[in-house]
Design a protein around this ligand. Structure first.
Ligand code: NDP
Length: 251
């Protein structure tokens, strides 16, 4: 069975990998019934709004993952969209990498901002949406763990890997994404008995605003790989930190 989650929510869906996720979800053989494409400024999200104008299953919603009020509002609005089916797939994609990254120029504010987006946001959003994800797991006739039934996928980075760190630097980004990996492992352990699959994925070094124009991988290739990984990931493997080709990465 291919990737065909009914209800999906993506953070940071207005540009970069989030927007590409929206585009490629719509090209699946069975696109989501409801694709909740969230971003912090819907009024400025031209590309996303253009897509939503052509696809009635795409709902653009305001969600700054650092704002508890936005998370609360978004959670309340989901009631109207998801009815009894719940949320099958949450993709915590939004992330930032600020410039001040080295020991010599680090500022507390930069650390706080990156932890806020890269780890506090995914924790608090996952917590808020968990009742909907549990509902999806319960209401499915499927009893296995997979992204069609109920899953949380966190967009991590190879830069979060402690084992692979050869260069140092990038303090707030590496540490906040390493914390995201621990969140993923914890949720994987805590939620599998409830039928919810959790894993984290490194998209490759990708040509986005964050990755820059010289990055090795196109958005198209990265997200095509990620959707393929999502279609195959199940509860049988303990390798839950993987790249966009499905290769297992060391913590
Ligand atoms: P971009 O910088 O291109 O896009 C980042 C997205 O995150 C934007 O949609 C941005 O919205 C959103 N965002 C930032 N802050 C918030 C917030 N507070 N609330 C909601 N959304 C927010 O990055 P990529 O698309 O390249 O990255 C996507 C994910 O992939 C990130 O988690 C990143 O760490 C990870 N990644 C990327 C790699 C790469 O090479 N590109 C490599 C490894 C990991 P806005 O437009 O409003 O700023």
């Amino acid at each position: 069975m291919g990737l065909q989650p009914k209800n999906v929510l993506i953070t940071g869906a207005n540009r970069g990998l989030g927007l590409e996720l929206v585009k490629q979800f719509l090209r699946l053989q069975s696109p989501p019934k409801t694709l909740l494409a969230t971003c912090r400024s819907p009024e400025n999200a031209k590309d996303l709004n253009d897509i939503a104008a052509k696809h009635s299953n795409v709902k653009v919603m305001k969600l700054d993952v650092t704002k508890p009020a936005d998370i609360g509002e978004c959670t309340t609005r989901l009631n109207g969209y998801l009815v009894k089916e719940g949320l099958n797939l949450l993709i915590n994609n939004a992330g930032i990498a600020n410039k001040k990254q080295y020991l010599g120029n680090l500022e507390k504010q930069s650390l706080i901002e990156q932890f806020d987006v890269n780890i506090f946001g995914p924790i608090l959003l996952s917590q808020a949406l968990l009742p909907y994800i549990k509902q999806a797991a319960i209401s499915s006739t499927d009893t296995s763990l997979n992204c069609n039934r109920a899953a949380i996928v966190n967009m991590s980075s190879i830069l979060a890997s402690i084992a692979e760190n050869q260069n140092g630097g990038l303090y707030p980004y590496r540490t906040s994404k390493a914390a995201l990996n621990m969140l993923t492992k914890n949720m994987n352990l805590d939620l599998k008995s409830e039928g919810i699959l959790c894993f984290c994925i490194h998209p490759g070094w990708v040509q986005t605003d964050m990755g820059g124009p010289n990055a090795a991988v196109t958005k198209d290739k990265s997200i095509a790989g990620i959707l393929d990984v999502m279609s195959k990931m199940n509860g049988e493997t303990s390798d839950i930190f993987v790249d966009y080709n499905g290769k297992s990465l060391p913590w």
